[in-house]
Design a protein around this ligand. Sequence first.
Ligand code: KIV
Ligand code: NA
Length: 246
Amino acid sequence: MLTAYDVMMAEIFDSAGIEILLVGDSAANTVIGYSSTLPITVDEMIVFIKAVSNGAKRAMVVADLPFGSYEQSPAQAVETAVRLMKEGGAHAVKMEGTAAFAEHVRAMVLAGVPVIGHIGFTPQAEHALGGYRIQGRGDAAETMKRDALAFQDAGAFCILMEMVPSPVAAQIDEALRVPTIGIGAGASTTGQVLVWQDMLGLGGHRTPKFVKKYADLRSVVTAAVGAYHQDVLTGQFPSEEYEFDK
Ligand code: KIV
Ligand code: NA
């Protein structure tokens, strides 16, 4: 699984063989530039989901339920999930939470919405959790396993674990029937996910320990744009081959 927010990247990732494209609420950070995921709205998410759906030929498109769009009741979760699928074209949704939200999962699944339950570090709860920190250490591991099982029992088809010690993620994966996806959760999960701008080195920011940088797109783009700028200043672009002479 890899995040995607626009049609061209969705097309590229799909044809490179990525099975699941996640339209994450990380779009709040990576596309809009908010400093957390909290401000992004359902309407904003739908624009990105449409774009990714337009680019995906084969991949499954999963969309995040953004902060404030599902917590109030199972009915609110169903209403938002239906919008993400109907208006955006998502095939499934991902919801952050704990066992306390199992009824929300159950209601969505009953409505025909495939659901991924996101546990461990859940960025929408960053203020409640006291910042970006690893979850599930010590006694908290048992609670996290209960969250995973509660989501599975409510019908979630997959559990995503973020920033969890690898042995804890392995135990939870072992306890579940459904597949798991990890980010900062070690190698025992069924699949992995990364934010594309992090793994392709587009952002200028420091990336978390769990990110492997597979490219340095920031340098590639900076060099190319710098060369274009220089060519225009020195009159080397456009040269004759780029002109219409008639
Ligand atoms: O929003 C997102 O990109 C995510 C993944 C990093 C799991 O939720
Ligand atoms: Na997210």
